[in-house]
Design a protein around this ligand. Structure first.
Ligand code: HEM
Length: 550
């Protein structure tokens, strides 16, 4: 699809997209209240295929992107780059410099077109800066700089490649799975989708309202009734929703299957996460009641949530199924680098433009740390007070504080998702406090029945199990980082050293030092990655509520 219909909520004019809503107030500028651009079945991924082509007026952007992929353009840090490749890189960059400076005004008013504009320009930008020889100063030509800055301003996103560009809005549907598989999938999804399929049907206390298919009261563009099965391939009247088995990437930098699998791991995690959002909503609804029955339901939701988190962990580990670690480290990851310390990006603008456009100095590359889904889990479970917490009040070591680094990543999320996290953080009844309070109340009351004691124990266990599931997910993620970054980085260092000592023949060493600072490995999100990831994981582990409370 090239654009959304004019009456679609994303096409409606927005009153003030630059200023945005006040803190803690949902962005109601695109639709009715509670629009966080989250879908009941696809979570933070949109339910419709992202726009795959800009209007014809922007063909030059699309063509140059296709050309960079087809060449393929080579990274400037490639160890054995040939003279021909250097020339081809420069020729492509010359074409970018010679592009007309296009106004982005035809995209304004359409969220989908603006997203596609950001995606296309961000890919061009990263191809441009990361194909430059490593010692060349980085000057971004006005033909690329101006539209990128304008589109970013409208979307309230930084002018750099974000997780939304290469994961959330970088997919299309694959061919329909075989009929039988499609139907089987639809059946299992709709069963999965109703958390109440797992509790006695006649227990009306466990009734799941239609709202459970619509987390946080979102207005959705999905014409499918809540709870109905997904459409089969014979259905032409309703659009197909993306599922973990029917999405693939639109664009990659390297043209490798590994890169598709890398994005797919995140896309699948996001799609599975839609169920987590639904369970969160049901839990928050019950917290309003906070009676004995409500807590029994919450226990049930939390244990289902643990299963969903385990599924998400499986999806993250799915990266091992087809993404080659060497290819990832050497051929894919270098394209993600944003602005590196000591190598500032200079945006070529007129004096007037320079005065009116504010450009952040802090332009980090994309990271799944920008996934609103994992942040939402942290906030919901109250791990943000543990996992996102600053080390010390006024800590001077802010740079290494996992909490501050995670919060910093929220600047790179789509603004509706940021608003959602603010909304969730502002919940008047935080789950963790409620669980602690309930367990304490039951423990201290003189007339507590055995059943109430058992319920309280189960509630505490269910909460702690969900926290442990997040911790296990982070453990698995750290093992992935060891396979895909720490191991290949050590091997690259050994190779470089061997070359310097003349032990190995080969081209002059061009080891990618951009990913390191003071000998520490940096994530594309700019963190001292080992310290950061272990810090977040350990703080998650500390969130388990101690047993003696019982
Ligand atoms: C080859 C696969 C992956 C690698 C090498 C990798 C690497 C990293 C690195 C280095 C960081 C530190 C932040 C930074 O970029 O500076 C990070 C953070 C993070 N990544 Fe990944 N990642 C991978 C896959 C995934 C997937 C599939 C997900 C799920 C959506 C994910 C979720 C996260 C989250 C949530 C964080 C923030 C830290 C946390 O909350 O624990 N990663 N990742």
């Amino acid at each position: 699809m090239s654009s959304v219909p004019s009456q679609h909520f994303l096409s409606l004019p927005r009153p003030d997209i630059v200023v945005g809503p006040p803190t803690g107030v949902p962005d109601t500028s695109t639709t009715a209240a509670h629009d966080f651009d989250i879908h009941g079945r696809t979570g933070f991924m949109p339910p419709d295929e992202p726009t795959q082509q800009l209007p014809i007026e922007y063909a030059v952007w699309e063509c140059l992107l296709e050309e960079a992929i087809a060449l393929p353009l080579q990274r400037g840090t490639k160890e054995d780059i040939t003279d021909d490749e250097v020339v081809a890189n420069e020729r492509w960059r010359a074409q970018v410099r010679e592009m007309p400076v296009l106004s982005h005004e035809l995209l304004v008013g359409s969220e989908h077109l603006l997203r596609r504009g950001h995606h296309t320009l961000a890919f061009l930008l990263h191809f441009y800066v990361n194909s430059l020889p490593p010692t060349t100063p980085i000057a971004i030509p006005r033909s690329l700089a101006l539209p990128m800055l304008r589109v970013s301003e409208d979307l309230q996103l930084p002018p750099v490649l974000t997780y939304s560009d290469n994961v959330l809005y970088n997919w299309r549907l694959t061919e329909e799975p075989a009929q039988e598989t499609a139907n089987a999938h639809a059946r299992s999804r709709s069963d999965d989708y109703n958390p109440f399929g797992l509790v006695p049907a006649d227990e009306d206390a466990f009734f799941l309202s239609a709202a459970d298919d619509n987390p946080f009261g979102l207005v959705s563009s999905d014409p499918i009734e809540p709870g109905s099965p997904l459409p089969s391939s014979s259905s032409t009247s309703v659009p197909r929703l993306p599922t973990p088995s029917t999405v693939t990437s639109i664009h990659t930098f390297s043209g490798t299957h590994s890169e598709v699998v890398f994005y797919l791991a995140s896309q699948r995690t996001e799609l599975l996460g839609a169920r987590a959002l639904s369970l969160m909503q049901s839990t928050l609804d019950e917290l309003f009641l906070s009676d004995a029955l409500a807590f029994r339901r919450i226990t049930r939701y939390l244990s289902l949530l643990s299963d969903v988190i385990a599924d998400m962990s499986g999806a993250i580990q799915g990266v091992r199924d087809g993404c080659d670690p060497r290819e990832f480290y050497e051929e894919i990851r270098p394209w993600f680098h944003g602005q590196q310390p000591g190598r500032e990006w200079v945006w070529e603008l007129s004096d007037e433009e320079r005065e009116t456009i504010e450009i952040s100095k802090d332009l980090k590359g994309p990271s799944a740390g920008q996934s609103a889904l994992i942040h939402a889990l942290d906030v919901f479970l109250g791990l943000d007070n543990c996992a996102h917490r600053e080390r010390k009040e006024g800590s001077a070591d802010e740079k290494n504080d996992p909490g501050a680094l995670l919060r910093d990543m929220q600047k790179y999320m789509p603004r509706h998702h940021r608003a959602f996290l603010r909304h969730l953080s502002a919940s008047p009844r935080p789950l963790r406090d409620a669980v602690e309070a309930r367990v304490e109340t039951v423990r201290l009351a003189h007339d507590t029945s055995d059943e109430e004691k058992k319920d309280a124990e189960e509630l505490l266990d269910a909460y702690n199990d969900a926290v442990s599931a997040v911790k296990a997910m982070r453990d698995a993620h750290i093992r992935i980082v060891a396979t895909y970054i720490i191991g290949p980085a050590a091997r690259a260092r050994e190779r470089a050293q061997a070359r310097e000592e003349g032990r190995v023949e080969g081209a002059a060493s061009r080891v990618d030092t951009t990913a390191q600072e003071n000998g520490k490995l940096r994530g594309t999100g700019g963190t001292d990655l080992v310290r950061f990831l272990k810090g977040v994981r350990d703080q998650t582990a500390r969130a388990v509520i101690a047993g003696e409370k019982r």
